[in-house]
Design a protein. Structure first.
Length: 125
């Protein structure tokens, strides 16, 4: 399984906010993570819309985590950016596989469950 660069950067942004423990401006987040400001803002919008972060407007504005780092899973961040995690397109809800070999379907389902379990890991254990 490979996540997109955007999901990778979203994990970095979330981790940056977890380490900071307080409100951070987008510019500081961008510099700390190595993500361009424009892309960091796009990611922060998605993280805020999904409830992972919260934003503050104005001169003293910025972003912070909406929950404790221990309550935020890697899977939640990835799904916020990339959508539902599926190891194979045949397992996606919007797709119907008509040529799937039954045994392969069982294998893909098992792999998908393991991937989902791994993605349940949070920043704090």
């Amino acid at each position: 399984m490979r996540i997109t660069h955007e999901a990778d950067y979203a994990i970095r942004v979330t981790y940056c906010l977890a380490l900071a423990g307080e409100k951070q401006c987008a510019k500081d987040i961008s510099e700390a993570t190595g993500v361009t400001l424009r892309f960091a803002l796009k990611i922060l919008r998605k993280l805020t819309q999904s409830g992972i972060t919260k934003s503050y407007k104005g001169v003293a504005g910025g972003y912070e985590l909406n929950h404790s780092p221990s309550e935020i899973s890697l899977g939640a961040i990835i799904e916020c950016i990339d959508g539902p995690i599926a190891i194979n397109h045949c397992l996606a809800n919007e797709f119907q596989c008509t040529h799937m070999v039954p045994r392969m379907n069982v294998i893909f389902i098992a792999c998908s469950r393991r991937s989902t379990d791994l993605c349940a890991i949070s920043f704090v254990r």
